[in-house]
Write a protein that binds this ligand. Structure first.
Ligand code: GDP
Length: 140
């Protein structure tokens, strides 16, 4: 299995509850290595740009308001089959549907305030990483 990278966000509901370390520990325990990390407070323009694919969805403006409501931690994660590995440990979008032992089952508050973002494909991972990080900020 190839070592690949994915993009993660520890969302405002988690940073607000001081869960940055707890969430990161679950990512690390799942076999992912944090090769870049920074805490930022997203601007509205950044959040709208990042979630542009969801622009037509009914919850878009609520989602943007949520993502700029507190700081987030953006990370690049590296590991074998990183996108799938991360999606597996994140759990389903709605915490009510998430499996035991996943981050969202353990920590998410709601379908919106669901503690983490993770890229859904290698292609989107590359786009999302480049949205927030310069190559020299990623140290593998
Ligand atoms: P993900 O890939 O599991 O994060 O899910 P999606 O790509 O479908 O949705 C992106 C994000 O939008 C989710 O992580 C949630 O924060 C939010 N979201 C998804 N569905 C809903 C919804 O029905 N209502 C609201 N308010 N937010 C949602």
């Amino acid at each position: 299995m190839a070592v690949t990278r994915t993009f993660s966000i520890i969302k405002p509901d988690a940073t607000r509850r001081n869960l940055t370390g707890a969430v990161t520990a679950m990512l690390e325990d799942a076999g992912l290595r944090v090769v870049a990390s920074k805490r930022i407070h997203m601007t509205r323009e950044q959040a709208e740009g990042f979630y542009a694919v969801h622009r037509e969805r009914p919850f878009f403006s609520e989602l943007v308001d949520f993502m700029i409501s507190a700081p987030v931690v953006v990370q690049v994660l590296e590991g074998e089959d990183a996108v799938k590995r991360n999606r597996d440990v994140m759990g389903a979008t709605n915490p009510a549907d998430a499996a035991e032992g996943t981050i969202r089952k353990t920590y998410a508050e709601s379908i919106e305030a669901n503690s983490v973002h993770g890229s859904d494909s290698d292609e989107n991972a590359a786009i999302e990483i480049a949205f927030f990080f310069k190559p020299e900020e990623i140290v593998g």
